[in-house]
Design a protein around this ligand. Sequence first.
Ligand code: T4K
Length: 369
Amino acid sequence: MTDKILVTRSSMPEYDEYIREIKDVWDSRWLTNMGPKHQQLQTELKKYLGVESIDLFTNGHMALELTLQALRLSGEVITTPFTFASTTHSIIRNGLEPVFCDIDPVTYTIDTNKIESLITDRTCAIMPVHVYGNICNVDDIDRIAKAHGLKVIYDAAHTFGETYCGKGIGSFGDVSCFSFHATKVFNSIEGGAACFKDEEFGKVLYSLKNFGITSPEDVDYIGSNAKMNEFCAAMGICNLRHVDEEIAKRRAVVERYNSNLSGIDGVKLNDVQPDVKSNYAYYPVVFDKKVFGADRDEVFVALSENNITARKYFYPLTNSFAAFGGKYDVNQTPVALDISSRVLTLPLYADLPLDDVDRICNIIVSCKK
Ligand code: T4K
């Protein structure tokens, strides 16, 4: 019996490197509340991501949720359902109404040709998602937002370190939010960041992650608690030293998958987009049963039987969640509905042995009928 292969595996520094990094935290007993490690990671990330301003959070979700609160929005937010629960929840938990736009069948990001028909006099913002490391059509989105006076908040959870035309992906839109969760290309165990340009917005956002406290005797906003602690920041500092190396290794895994799976009829692979420096975050494969003979679920089961856990990211669509009591109609986003029923994300992490990639691909190929 071979060891189980999971969809991903956290990147980690050497044990001793982390222990050295937390020595100051231990000695100082300064464990959280924007301490020195938090400051250091923030400074290093600002440079690495190529953004004007950045603030760190306890996770990517709180970055999204508090960003929407800090923008003081009301009304409707145009977004997509082909995403993790976090995107949609951040909208609804702010008392805003999500309006679901369909996705592009090639990049799986918001279909910018369909945004304008969804704009009403209640629309206040667009919250597009860069999916799997594929970036949205940021040029179209910028044009539409400017024409209609809308804010743009990117869910950039999957696009750590990517650039578009040489610019950090976090520098697009009014705000871009990253996730540094254990499963991401770069992790701080749990963590996240919001990147922005407007300093006034930044001040409100900063206080919202600390209960809305603005000075020792003033609480000006109804905030939350979403501060990154020093142990997480220390993990981030260590992982950032190695992230380029990790991305290069991920690339080698992706290229091995591509060489094994390209040219198989009924198996659609994901291409790196023009002008994008990719981080190789996920490896999505879309199956066409009519051509390949087997559907996504059959491939999923075949892999599971061999101790390999692929994942159906993103199935089901967020607009079908029981939590929303049938309020939204999945048929209004037919491309998203179709892709979510056919996509499988295959195991991908820096240290995934190439022999295992070959084995995974052989199992997939053996499903062909
Ligand atoms: N927006 C988008 C588009 C997102 O995808 C996400 C998060 C967010 C926003 C919110 O960001 P955060 O608030 O999470 O920072 C995982 C992650 O928990 C979640 O962060 C991620 N997206 C989502 C796509 O995937 P699960 O429920 O699938 O994770 P789980 O526990 O099944 O882990 C998957 C695999 O990862 C495991 O089989 C093994 C590996 N793993 C997992 C953990 C927890 C590790 O190697 N180490 C670990 O510590 O949600």
